[in-house]
Design a protein around this ligand. Structure first.
Ligand code: NYM
Ligand code: MG
Length: 212
C-alpha cells in the first residue's frame, strides 16, 4: 500500500485580555497533547518581533504610528507562516498564545483604525480549528497581579479591548468557545480541554482552511 502522509496537526488558539491566564492554559494543553508546541504572538525573538517589543516597552522613539505597529504585528505572523505550515503538515499540533484576534481587538480599541482595515492584512493566514477566549473582567485581571508597564496595560484600554473582542467573536469565522476565566484554574482547564477535544477531532476530519 502507498504510505499515507501523517494526519495534519491541529491549530488551536487561546485568546484573551492581558492576565486572563493564557500562558497557564497553553502550557497545560501542551502537556496534554502529544506532539504539540506553543507559539506565542507576538514572537519577540525575530527582527520584526524586536521592533514590536520596543514599541510595547516604549523604547521606540518617536513611537511607531498605529498603522505601522499594526502591520508589524501582522508581518510577525506572516514571517512565521512557513514554519507553522511545515509543523502542521508534519502532524504537529500548534497552540497559539494570541493570534489575529488580538491583532484586530487591540488596534481597533485604540480608536483610529477601522475594523476592516485591521483585519485585512491577516486575510490568507490559516483559520484555526478552534478558538478559545478566556474571558475575564479587567478589574479582576488587575487584582490578579496588577498591570505591568507595557503599552496597552491600562484599565480603560483593556475595557475597550474586551468590547471589541465581542464584535470579533460575532464576526470572525471559526469555532469559538468563551470560557469564564474567573473560575478556578482546574475548572478553566477542564473547559478549555473540552473545547480542544472538539478542535482536535475537527482537524482530523477537515483540511486546513484560510481566513477569508
Ligand atoms: N497585541 C498582540 C497586539 O496589539 N496585536 C497583536 O497582533 C498581538 C498578537 O501585544 N497587550 C498586544 C496584546 C498585548 C501585547 O502581548 C503583548 P503579550 O501576550 O503580553 O506578550
Ligand atoms: Mg502582556
Amino acid at each position: 500500500a502507498t504510505p499515507q502522509p501523517p494526519t495534519r496537526g491541529a491549530l488551536i488558539v487561546i485568546e484573551g485580555l492581558d492576565r486572563a491566564g493564557k500562558s497557564t492554559q497553553c502550557s497545560r494543553l501542551q502537556q496534554r497533547i502529544p506532539n504539540s508546541r506553543i507559539i506565542k504572538f507576538p514572537d519577540r525573538s525575530t527582527p520584526i518581533g524586536q521592533l514590536i517589543n520596543n514599541y510595547l516597552t516604549s523604547a521606540s522613539s518617536p513611537p511607531l504610528t498605529d498603522q505601522a505597529i499594526h502591520l508589524l504585528f501582522s508581518a510577525n505572523r506572516w514571517e512565521l507562516l512557513p514554519s507553522l505550515l511545515a509543523a502542521l503538515s508534519a502532524g504537529e499540533t500548534l497552540i497559539l498564545d494570541r493570534y489575529i484576534y488580538s491583532g484586530i481587538s487591540f488596534s481597533v480599541a485604540k480608536g483610529a483604525l477601522s475594523y476592516e482595515y485591521c483585519r485585512s492584512p491577516d486575510v490568507g493566514l490559516p483559520l484555526p480549528d478552534g478558538i478559545i477566549f478566556l474571558d475575564l473582567p479587567p478589574d479582576v485581571a488587575a487584582e490578579r497581579a496588577g498591570f505591568g508597564g507595557e503599552r496597552y496595560e491600562k484599565r480603560e484600554m483593556q475595557e475597550k479591548v474586551r468590547e471589541v473582542f465581542k464584535t470579533v467573536r460575532e464576526r470572525e469565522q471559526g469555532e469559538w468557545t468563551v470560557v469564564d476565566a474567573s473560575a478556578s484554574v482546574e475548572e478553566v482547564t477542564e473547559r478549555v480541554w473540552a473545547a480542544t477535544e472538539k478542535a482536535l477531532r475537527w482537524a482530523r476530519e477537515n483540511e486546513l482552511r484560510e481566513i477569508e
